[in-house]
Design a protein around this ligand. Structure first.
Ligand code: PLP
Length: 447
């Protein structure tokens, strides 16, 4: 563990404040911790204070920090061939694509690599438009698909507003967010029927032959781990088939074992037409993302120009890290561990829900989970109003968790809990005891 002096940390912070702009924040009041290292499920600051990384940073460090196999693969590739342009064939790019196709749903034919999740979605929009010759794209309100212009227009939540007035033809529909639904459904199937009927009607009103694609996070991530009810994804698949619309599953966050399967769509046996991915492909050791493309869509581009391109598409170091990362998932049994530890985490979350008046709902699948905070369990009034946490209440709770060595982030009234897939039972219990303690203080706030 690297410990540094306070003056070292002060200097870094001063330079940071003077020179860096941080994402999604008013800069003035930021007070970032100076981090000097990370290992497994932990990272530590310059004083040596160690934090549980209970969000895997931005839900990307699935294999944990400091994995030597991936680091060595990066070093070896940097020695061998750090870069060659995307028009060339290179061993690591060919190999990673073929390994990805082995774990992907079997209707997938090829991969287009990008540098992250936003540009994966940008390119998926273009592929869908080129293949179908149609121009509209559907996506949901409670979604995040990225911050670049097109992906921000796909995004449904308030981070989209700065990119508005939006691009013409980007249409939003409602999520099957049962906890906040205006109706009491008797079953998940009934909820699915309702939301699917609404979607089908909206497609007809928008012009059934003008819609290229429906984008959905297979399991909604940042916007609250919204898990599709029984039959929902299968129903979207049927609607897409009926109208010749491409079904695009954004698995940037939900993919690579996060939900206890290689891809979240496996839970429901649904084969999308395109899958976008990033994060867990190499866990951010080097930026990488991409689009998995259905066989016949890939073949379409045998004789039609693929009007997509990025200087760093299929970056050799990113691909080498990707191959090593896929091996780590297999060798360390991380997909299975996600499933098994997800059960342990689920039990801890259910205890919180039973115990605390401020916990309205908990949702979990694999090691992908959320705690939804409310002012009142009966009315479900959110702890902070949607898009308007002007008092920074949630930032206060996240800060309190961090002071107690539990690092994560929140979105609206929801706390994300998504630790590295390497976590064990004892670590989950230890970390969730911190959450329990901090939520008692939230209970006091709502008295
Ligand atoms: N899609 C989803 C579901 C995401 O969660 C994210 C990022 O959090 C993105 C896309 C954008 O990915 P990136 O930040 O790598 O551009």
């Amino acid at each position: 563990m690297v410990i540094k002096s306070d003056s070292y940390a002060r200097d870094i912070k001063e330079k940071d404040k003077k020179n860096n702009l941080h994402s999604w924040s008013a800069q003035g009041k930021l007070d970032p911790k100076v981090i000097t290292g990370a290992e497994g499920i932990y990272f530590w600051d310059h004083t040596g204070k160690k934090y549980f990384d209970m969000s895997s940073q931005l839900v990307n460090v699935n294999i944990g920090h400091g994995n030597k196999k991936v680091i060595n693969a990066i070093k070896e590739q940097a020695d061998k061939l750090p870069f060659i342009g995307p028009s060339h064939a290179v061993d690591v790019r060919s190999e990673l694509a073929s390994r990805l196709l082995k774990i992907a749903p079997d209707n997938m034919g090829k991969v287009f690599f990008t540098t992250g999740g936003s540009d994966a979605n940008e390119n998926a929009i273009k592929i869908a438009k080129m293949f179908t010759g149609r121009n509209k794209v559907f996506s949901r309100y409670r979604s995040y698909h990225g911050a670049t212009y097109g992906s921000a227009n796909l995004t449904g939540e308030p981070r989209r507003f700065v990119s508005e007035p939006g691009i013409a033809g980007f249409v939003k529909f409602f999520d099957p967010y049962i906890y906040r639904s205006h109706f009491e459904f008797k079953s998940e199937k009934e909820a699915s029927r309702y939301y699917l009927a609404q979607l089908r009607e909206q497609i007809i009103y928008e012009g059934r032959e003008s819609i290229a694609a429906i984008f959905l996070e297979t399991v909604t991530g940042s916007n609250g781990i919204i898990i599709p009810p029984d039959g929902y994804l299968q129903g979207v698949r049927e609607i897409c088939d009926e109208f010749g619309i491409l079904m695009v599953c954004d698995e940037v966050m939900a993919g690579f074992g996060r939900t206890g399967e290689w891809f979240a769509c496996n839970h429901w046996g649904v084969s999308p037409d395109l899958i976008t991915f990033a994060k867990g492909i190499n866990c951010g050791y080097i930026p990488l993302g991409g689009v998995l493309v259905r066989k016949d869509i890939a073949e379409f581009f045998d004789h039609n120009t693929l009007m997509c391109g990025l200087t760093y598409s299929g970056h050799p170091i990113g691909c080498a890290a990707g191959i090593a990362t896929l091996e780590v998932y297999e060798e360390e049994g991380l997909i299975e561990n996600s499933k098994a530890m997800g059960k342990v985490l689920g039990e801890e979350l259910e205890k919180l829900k039973t115990k605390h008046p401020s916990v309205g709902d908990v949702r979990y699948i694999g090691l992908f989970s959320a705690i939804e905070l409310v002012k009142d369990k009966a009315t479900k009034e959110p702890l902070v109003p949607y898009g308007q946490d002007t008092e920074k209440v949630m930032a206060g709770i996240i800060g309190n968790l961090r002071e107690n060595c539990f690092s994560t982030y929140s979105h609206e009234n929801i706390i994300i809990v998504a630790p590295p897939l390497t976590i064990n039972k004892e670590e989950i219990k230890e970390a969730m005891a911190i959450m329990d303690k901090v939520i008692y203080e939230v209970d006091d706030m709502i008295k």
